[in-house]
Unconditional design. Structure first.
Length: 136
């Protein structure tokens, strides 16, 4: 649990976290969500969203971060871009109530447990409305 707490603590109060778990980067739902995120880059940047993608292909599971930022924000250097720590990854999946066997996604603010899990990419307007309800 320490790995997850350390990870979340670095984002707490500064960034919102979008977690996507998918078996492959070619999963249709993942491709759709990634394209949707790129179309709404500015909305995600204004809301200070960091996307954590968990790709689990066989025994090789990685967590990759992508920070949506406006140009005037300083680059985030406190977190590496890629994690391979199996404890962190499994804790994040468990705490967010996700599955790495199929596409699943969630958005969270401070507490990974307090979120909604999506099993299909949500419409961007609904996602932004949901993020706007967060206390931060």
């Amino acid at each position: 649990m320490d790995a997850l707490m350390d990870f979340v603590e670095q984002l707490k109060g500064h960034r919102r976290l979008m977690v996507i778990a998918t078996p492959s980067d070619s999963t249709p739902q993942y491709v759709q969500q990634r394209e949707e995120n790129e179309l709404h880059f500015c909305d995600l940047a204004l809301r200070k969203v960091t996307m954590a993608t968990i790709l689990s292909s066989g025994s090789d599971t990685t967590l990759t971060l992508h920070h949506y930022q406006i140009d005037s924000e300083p680059q985030i250097t406190s977190l590496p871009e890629k994690f391979t720590d199996p404890d962190l990854i499994s804790q994040l999946i468990k705490e967010c109530g996700m599955s790495s066997k199929d596409f699943s996604m969630t958005m969270t603010d401070y507490d990974p447990k307090l979120n909604i899990a999506f099993h299909v990419p949500p419409p961007s307007s609904a996602l932004m409305d949901y993020v706007d309800t967060f206390p931060s």
